[in-house]
Design a protein around this ligand. Structure first.
Ligand code: HEC
Length: 151
C-alpha cells in the first residue's frame, strides 16, 4: 500500500511538473496567396469542410482549444500538427511542384475516402469536422477532379 501511494505521489508530481512545459502555439507566418483554398477554389461547402476538418493540422491556421494547454495531451497534439504540416501543408500549396500537387491530391482523395483523415482521434472533440457519407463523397470526387489539372 505504501509503495502504491508513493508511486501515485511521484506520478502526480510529474504530472504537475510537466504542465510547465508549454507547446509553441504561434502559427508560422503564411502568405494568403499560397493557400490551397485560395488557389484551387473549391466549392464553398468543400472549402468550409477543409477549414474545419483539415486546416487545424495541415496549415498555418491552427486553432488551439483550451485543452491543448494540458500536458501530456498538448505534446501529443503538437506532434500531430508538426507531422501533418511536414506531410502536407495547405498554407504552402503554391510551393509544391506539379508532380507533388498531383500526388498530394491523390493522397487526399485516398485518405478521406478510406476514413483515415481527418484523424479519428480529432473527431472525439470536433463535431464540426464529422462528415456525412455524402460530404465525404463530394470531397473525394472534388479531389479526384482536381488531380487532372496536374497530370
Ligand atoms: C488532428 C490532425 C489532423 C487532421 C485534422 C487531419 N490530418 Fe491529415 N494527417 C495528420 C497526420 C499526423 C499525418 C501524418 C501521417 C500520419 O502520421 O498518419 C497526416 C497525413 C495526411 C495525408 C498523407 C500525406 C502524405 O504525404 O503522406 C493526407 C493526404 C492528409 N493527411 C489529408 C488530410 C485531409 C484531407 C484532412 C481533412 C479532411 C486531414 N488530413 C485532417 C493529421 C491530421
Amino acid at each position: 500500500m505504501k509503495t502504491i501511494k508513493r508511486i501515485l505521489l511521484v506520478l502526480l508530481v510529474a504530472l504537475i511538473g510537466i504542465q510547465f512545459i508549454r507547446i509553441d502555439k504561434t502559427n508560422p507566418d503564411s502568405d494568403p496567396a499560397k493557400d490551397f483554398i485560395h488557389l484551387e477554389q473549391p466549392p464553398d461547402e468543400i472549402a468550409r469542410l477543409l477549414k474545419v476538418a483539415c486546416y487545424d493540422c495541415h496549415s498555418h491556421h491552427t486553432i488551439y482549444p483550451w485543452y491543448t494547454n494540458i500536458a501530456p495531451f498538448s505534446f501529443w497534439i503538437k506532434d500531430h500538427i508538426n507531422h501533418a504540416r511536414s506531410h502536407l501543408n495547405f498554407s504552402e500549396w503554391a510551393d509544391y511542384d506539379r508532380g507533388r500537387k498531383h500526388h498530394k491530391l491523390e493522397e487526399c482523395y485516398e485518405e478521406v475516402e478510406e476514413g483515415h483523415m481527418p484523424l479519428p482521434s480529432y473527431l472525439w472533440l470536433h463535431d464540426e469536422a464529422k462528415m456525412s457519407d455524402q460530404q465525404i463523397g463530394n470531397m473525394v470526387s472534388w479531389f479526384r477532379d482536381q488531380m487532372s489539372k496536374y497530370e
